[in-house]
Design a binder for this molecule. Structure first.
Ligand code: AVJ
Length: 323
């Protein structure tokens, strides 16, 4: 590894197989059937997600980038962090806006990237080391729902959880996550949270059911992951992509709907599953928030909201909170 790059591994390929097997067994034998969205993101899924962020219908990435573009200086001034921690950092692209602003403030020393995918992390880490030779880059391979206690401490940390990923959790899970994070933080740390906001359901559904079919391919990719990693025989053409707005829960649901009766065998689990035509498998929820709702949830988890920014259309929010 280049100088200045450290890597901690809390998830290795064997853990990954065990966790996937457990989630698939639990989720596919449940009623209704459900899979956690984290399994979308193998190399193909990561590329498809990148493509999603550039689709005309998928506004969240552009809106969040515009907010960070406009307010990174204010964010940096408000937290005066010497360490930027990014949870689910992916390709660390929007991170650069924050790094630049913190660096301009003069105090930046360290970047901690926390992600479940080691390949993505290593790539992003190398890119950052090249761009910022003075920066200590610490990559942590982990699952932010299980390994928060292993977040490197020290200094004044700005912990960024961007992209609206918190929307993939149900309310109880979000509360537990925000409280656990709060417990990890000292008085001088801060949280920067990106959340998508409630809007016209037609726009929401279009963002998750794009005309080019990229989101459909992303959704079905989870079946390819299960086929490859657990020796299953899903016929991915046997499942249709469905995106719908659940107004009662204020979230978008992505589902895979069986287009005909079918039987699937999963060798590693010695499991056979029957799908009836029309039966759904829930693959993702993506919660849409209100500004007040975000503040209330943060307050419940022990955080105080310092600032909240939105884009001019009010499509997306970025919230800065302190312990
Ligand atoms: C990366 C979880 C924020 O929920 O909008 C995009 C994932 N799913 N299109 C989202 C996603 C379908 C995305 N997050």
């Amino acid at each position: 590894a280049p100088a200045g790059l450290t890597l901690d591994r809390h998830v290795d390929p064997a853990d990954r197989a065990v966790n996937l097997a457990r989630d698939v067994l639990t989720g596919l034998t449940a009623n209704p059937r459900e899979l956690p969205p984290k399994w979308f993101y193998d190399a193909t899924g990561g590329m498809l997600f990148d493509e999603i962020t550039r689709l005309p219908e998928y506004y969240p990435t552009r809106r969040e980038r515009a907010i960070l573009d406009g307010h990174a200086g204010a964010i940096a001034a408000a937290c005066a962090a010497d360490t930027l921690v990014e949870l689910g950092s992916g390709t660390s692209e929007k991170t650069r806006l924050l790094l630049e602003a913190l660096r301009a403030g003069g105090g930046l020393r360290r970047f901690v990237a926390f992600d479940v995918d080691e390949t993505t992390l290593a790539q992003a880490g190398r890119g950052l080391i090249t761009a910022y030779p003075d920066l200590a880059v610490h990559a942590v391979v982990g699952d932010f729902e299980r390994h928060l206690a292993h977040l490197p401490g020290g200094g004044r940390r700005l912990i960024a959880f961007l992209g609206g990923t918190i929307g993939n959790m149900r309310p109880a899970q979000r509360g537990a996550f925000l409280r656990a994070l709060r417990e990890q933080c000292g008085a001088t740390d801060a949280l920067l949270l990106g959340t998508d906001l409630v809007k016209d359901p037609d726009r929401l559904v279009a963002a998750y059911d794009d005309g080019a079919g990229v989101t459909a391919a992303f959704n079905r990719n989870v079946l390819t992951v299960i086929n490859r990693e657990l020796g299953a025989d899903f016929d991915i053409r046997g499942f249709a992509h469905v995106a719908c707005w659940n107004a009662a829960d204020s979230w978008i649901e992505m589902r895979l709907r069986a287009v005909r009766d079918q039987r699937v065998t999963i060798d590693s689990l010695a499991l056979e599953i029957e799908f009836e035509r029309g039966e759904d498998l829930l693959t993702e929820i993506s919660t849409k928030f209100t500004r007040d709702g975000i503040s209330a949830e943060l307050a419940d988890a022990g955080w105080a909201v310092a600032h909240q920014w939105t884009d001019p259309e009010g499509d997306f929010a970025v919230t800065l909170a302190t312990p």
